[in-house]
Design a protein around this ligand. Sequence first.
Ligand SMILES: [Zn+2]
Length: 418
Amino acid sequence: MRDMIGFSNIVRRSRRVALAALLAMGVSACATHPPRQLEVAAPGTESLFPAGYEASRARFRRDCAVAAVKAGDVCGQWATPSATDPDLTVEYGIFSRGGDRLLVIQSGIHGTEAPAGAAVQARVMRDYLPKLLVSGIDVVFVHALNPWGFKYGRRNDEFNVNLNRNFSADGKTYEFPNPDYARLRGLFEPPGPVGSRFWGGAAVSAGFVGAFAANGFSDKALSNGLDNGQYQFPAGINYGGRGPQPQTAFLKQIVGPVLARPYRKTLYLDFHTGLGDSGVLAVILGKSPAPEPLRDLQAMLGSYRPRGIEITTPNDPGFFPTEGDVIDFLPSLSARPAAFLAVTMEYGTLGRGTKAQLESASRMILENQKYNHGCRRADTCETIERETREMFNPSDPVWRRAVIGEADLVFKTLLEKF
Ligand SMILES: [Zn+2]
């Protein structure tokens, strides 16, 4: 493309503008937020975080078998088609005891983000499920919607599809043009193996500083290009596919019949990690949430901002709208879309300032480059893998206890008010 910004150009140009860009970043980093006291669960609860896919799946199967005490309770597995691994399953538990409301709890649509969601699912299945069922709330669990990504440490599936850019009720998603991605592709997909982590990261960050300048210090084009999803470049970042991945069929065939029942109201929680302030749980709304359940959600969780839970829209700073998001697809499976709300439950790790965005973009670019082209040295690849893990599943026990503490607050509230 004629006006594509060349990578080396960006790096050169960045020297001239670095100071101004850093000043702009400084302003953003200094933006103040009201003080928060995160809900943190008791020491020891961090052990709910699984060591990996197989351990998490085995625990889900055990917990589900223990919880399934009534006829009609279902613990099932759905084998994910794979060219390389015959032992990948999405686990599910369906507990419908004639309640008039439905809660669905889903983890791991992004593989590397699965541990937090799986930890929350274990907490709920063990400590809240019997009480929810008694109070007339049916519950469905979907464990590791992207088992390959969970097992092998990628957000995407085996075919480099970001599943949370792949859901489309009418198929139009796959035609979504992303001109910002196409224009900045040289920046997002550096050719060849990754050099050293330090220099790779520095070059990518410098490129971003340059692209900031080229866009009049607006991060919009960068964020739109990188994050919204793109449907043109199969080896690229946040590739959404050319048609539905098998997970669409799974949701339609297994979860769909439950969503098609005429519940008085349904809340679908899709757990993620990454975006937002560290340890804060952002409840992110879809493109057009139904007004009545949205009011309901605000009445239940809207006052918890000082305790680390905030309801946010994709257009708030630090977040972004996406194409093909599962939460925008799910209402199409509901019997009563006006009484149905699906939200992203995003535990922050990165921070919301420009600096954090640059760092996370740089890590995402290096991870994709490593996946496609490898690294010149093995230890560079190991560093990138470790940093990717740490970005989406921080090892900090206090962060992990905040995940559980905030989940406790959500599910206690749902028990009383949903
Ligand atoms: Zn995610």
